[in-house]
Design a protein around this ligand. Structure first.
Ligand code: ACO
Length: 270
């Protein structure tokens, strides 16, 4: 990435514990606070949202990774202390805000969720590269991605209920979609660790590899995804995403409409 946007954005992201690298059609988002196991705050989520807004249109694959031994330890636990996190406040201040204006607080959470939502755009494929722990918000960030590649030491945990909270960073729907309601309930309400092998069995990981093969595996997957035509990939992702909400008849019609657009693009005169 080059130019003014790059400098401004890089500084903003560094403050939020994030790094963005762009190499042609591949963007790499790195959680870069390894000394706290990539714990996240509101700033991290708003930073992720900024990346989504600023992403160049020719980016096709977004890799989300964590620096150091773990993908992410989830929300910064200092938020549970009265002192909170410098510049980010605490849950005590958040409670005051919610008591004053519940709707404004709900909107604030919506803005944080925007940092996770863009990873599902049809124009891109997002890949979470997970080593070590992905806890709470970290697990939800991995769930926000289309695909998950895990190192064999990876561990998922939906810790929120054990801390008195609900998972609210868009993770509950993909979790239920992937593992089904009973298993999602069991994972969330026991807040247990799900290891890499179980994650693969449950469909929470596309592949599990030794830790030293994580980057190479993600690179191979990225290359394979890039080998497919961008327009076809976008239309196919859009179709697959819409499938659970449609009847067979509606899905068949959606397929026909997408195909008509593909054939026109590829072979039409205009
Ligand atoms: N918030 C703030 N600081 C953290 C967090 C966190 N979520 N996680 C780790 N750290 C800090 C530790 O306090 C420690 O700091 P120190 O070096 O100043 O003592 C440093 O990161 C390293 O942590 P360790 O526990 O030593 O690292 P380890 O690799 O052994 O364990 C693990 C990693 C399992 C992630 C552990 O740190 C942990 O359980 N963290 C808390 C996880 C948690 O409950 N997150 C909230 C989820 S709920 C949600 O996200 C909404």
């Amino acid at each position: 990435m080059s130019g003014e946007l790059s400098r401004d954005l890089s500084g903003e992201l560094a403050e939020a514990g994030l790094r963005l690298g762009i190499d042609g059609p591949v963007a790499t988002v790195t959680l870069a606070r390894p000394e706290r196991r990539n714990a996240m705050t509101g700033a991290t989520w708003f930073g992720l949202a900024r990346i989504g807004e600023a992403l160049p249109a020719d980016v096709r694959v977004v890799v989300v990774r964590g620096e150091g031994s773990s993908f992410s330890s989830g929300i910064d636990l200092r938020m549970f202390e009265p002192g909170g996190v410098t510049g980010q406040g605490s849950f005590f201040e958040a409670a005051e805000r919610a008591e004053r204006d519940d709707e404004a607080f709900v909107r604030w959470i919506g803005e944080a969720q925007a940092g996770f939502m863009w990873l599902r755009r049809p124009e891109i494929v997002s890949i979470a590269a997970v080593q070590g722990y992905a806890i709470g918000a970290g697990f939800q960030l991995a769930l926000a991605c289309d695909l998950r590649v895990l190192a064999d030491d990876a561990r998922f945990c939906m810790k929120e209920p054990a801390l008195g909270l609900v998972p609210d960073l868009t993770g509950t729907k993909p979790l239920v979609d992937i593992v089904g309601l009973p298993r999602a309930l069991e994972i969330c309400l026991t807040a247990r660790m799900v290891g890499a092998d179980e994650a693969r069995e449950l469909g929470l990981a596309e592949v599990v590899v030794p830790g030293d093969k994580l980057d190479a595996t993600v690179a191979d997957l990225t290359a394979a995804l890039l080998a497919v035509d961008h327009g076809a990939a976008t239309a196919t992702k859009r179709l697959l995403q819409g499938a659970p909400g449609r009847t067979l008849q509606e899905q068949a019609q959606a397929e026909a409409r997408e195909q008509s657009a593909r054939i026109t693009t590829m072979f039409g005169k205009r």
